[in-house]
Design a protein around this ligand. Sequence first.
Ligand code: SF4
Ligand code: SF4
Length: 381
Amino acid sequence: MNKVFFIRQYDYTPELLRHALQQILMPVAAKYGGFHNKKIMIKPNLLEYRKPEDPACVHPAMLNVLCELLRDEGAAKISIIENPAVHTAPAIISAMGIGEKLQDLQIHIANCERYEKIPTHKNAIFQQLEIATEFREHDLIIDFAKAKTHAMMTLTLAVKNLFGLIRGSERLGWHLAVGKDYHKFADLLLDIYTLVKPHISLLDAVTGMEGNGPGSGDPVQLGFIAAADDALALDMSVAGILGCPDIPILSRAAERNMLPQYENCGDIPAPLNIKLPEPPLPTLEWGVYFPVKLRDYLRKKMVSYPVVDKNTCIGCGLCVQKCPPQSLKLKKGKPRFHYPECIRCYCCQEYCPKGAITSGKTFLMRCADIFERLFRIGKRH
Ligand code: SF4
Ligand code: SF4
């Protein structure tokens, strides 16, 4: 049975982090004979450069303490390898203020560099994935994720963090290919997870992100760190604690018979209710029975659309560059959406450095809101 370890942690004080990481990582690492003499790859969630306290990325203090701990435990080699959306991993680490400390610890920091088309397993939906091969060159992979909301996937935890191993140029293509169907995107993430199978998953949920995630939401104190030997078990457990056990990754994993057995250990947080991306997930399961054209039409009517706050936007054009179907153009220095081509993947929101892109409700969604409010009032009387 997989175990998911929890410890309560309310700030990023290095001494407390050190104690907390020791408590939850050592039991997981024991399964692999500890960290001694191992070549270890850490895949942190480094979306792009943000201030240390910004919850878009794992906290630099925790990344630093993790490396110190691995060094003290006698790891033979420690690499931090990531494929950030913007900038490079070394540049982000250095801007976070931990570049020199990690250099002193002789940590190798790099972007993913070597990619190969690797066949997945026989039950996969996607038979082959072009993915960074660094994960095959290390004895232990630590999938170091941040607890955040995500406009497409509701939450991004340990399984979603592995999407960063897909080649950057391919990621836009994948969004375009599967972004119209959230469950297909979940299938892709599950196939990446099955291929990579990180040995240890670690979740920074001291401060998480709620609302307009994964790039522009609000910080929320969750007050815990979690670790597990199975990324999907960790996601199941944490999604339940955060009040949304039906996220697309878990729904698809259930349909594909992939959900692992697990038990929670340690100081398990009480259930929390974070603010989900606005509006919550569209319920499209029933839509799979409709012809594709009708489904696409309904989807446009029922799924929120991206909108820009022109006062917050600085006209950097990153959203335009990152839009898979090129349904965004800069006009007079501000993005303008061409909604018929927009696949609602929310890459524009994810990459916007200013949080200027949010979601707008369609007419049908507003009607549903009114109906729900009336229904609640009716129930009270
Ligand atoms: S406009 Fe935004 S949500 Fe629409 S397709 Fe482009 S990146 Fe995706
Ligand atoms: S990424 Fe954000 S700030 Fe930059 S142009 Fe787009 S909306 Fe404006």
